[in-house]
Design a protein around this ligand. Structure first.
Ligand code: 5RP
Length: 223
């Protein structure tokens, strides 16, 4: 099976976690795009979605799925999103699509995080994927030095030769050379640094379930 087919498989499998009559939290990325397509097939069963990015909002609306503001709704029963890496406890690296801040906000507003991913995303320890950190632009150089002091290397993410600007008007540092053995401690530590908007380690907002696309079908991991 191709990676694209695995993404379709887990995107469709995630429908079983959508609670009829309830608004669903929707993440961002190529795997979630498959979920959004699947969600469109049952759109009459849900009032709509809270979205984690302008990109997902546009896709949801294009398929006729109403999008609600996070501030206008209460706790959500479920948040469905992909990951760049996920470990055996449900901790993740996210933000490859630069949507990490809103993803963490919608995840925090949801009772259950269901991660959908192909099996290449399952890792023993987080850190091989460059860690996205959304930062206030004026802090980028100092934060780069703080990561250097940890033995890592941080680079501003570029788009068309200029710093990428997130949906929140900020920049992204991609950090390589990390081995994140204590995801919760690492997230706590980096969250303290002035100028950090969101660190792409999801340990506080970890997944409770992962639907992993494998050659043998969808494997369900519960954490
Ligand atoms: C976007 C994300 C995505 O969930 C992550 O990058 C995985 O994306 P994909 O499903 O395209 O592999 O965190 O900010």
């Amino acid at each position: 099976m191709t990676q694209d087919e695995l993404k379709t498989l887990v995107g469709q499998a995630a429908l079983q976690y959508v609670v009829p009559g309830e608004i669903v939290g929707v993440g961002t990325g190529s795997t979630v795009n498959k979920f959004i397509e699947a969600l469109a097939s049952i759109k009459d069963q849900v009032p709509g979605a809270v979205s984690s990015s302008e990109a997902s909002t546009a896709r949801l609306k294009a398929l006729g799925i109403p999008v609600f503001e996070a501030n206008d709704v209460g706790e959500l029963s479920v948040y469905i999103d992909g990951a760049d890496e996920i470990d055996a406890k449900g901790h993740m690296i996210k933000g490859g699509g630069a949507a990490l801040t809103r993803e963490k906000i919608v995840a925090a507003q949801s009772r259950r995080f269901v991660c959908i991913a192909d099996e290449s995303k399952l890792v023993k320890a987080l850190g091989a994927f460059p860690l996205p950190v959304e930062v206030i632009p004026m802090a980028a150089a100092r934060l780069t030095r703080q990561f250097q002091a940890m033995g890592a290397e941080a680079k501003i993410r570029l788009k068309d030769g200029a710093p990428l600007v997130t949906d929140n008007g900020q920049h992204i540092l991609d950090v390589t050379g990390l081995q994140i053995e204590d995801p919760l401690g690492f997230e706590n530590q980096v969250n303290q640094w002035p100028g950090v908007v969101t660190v792409g380690v999801f340990a506080h907002q970890k997944a409770q379930v992962c639907l992993l696309g494998t050659a043998d079908g969808v494997k369900t991991l519960s954490f």
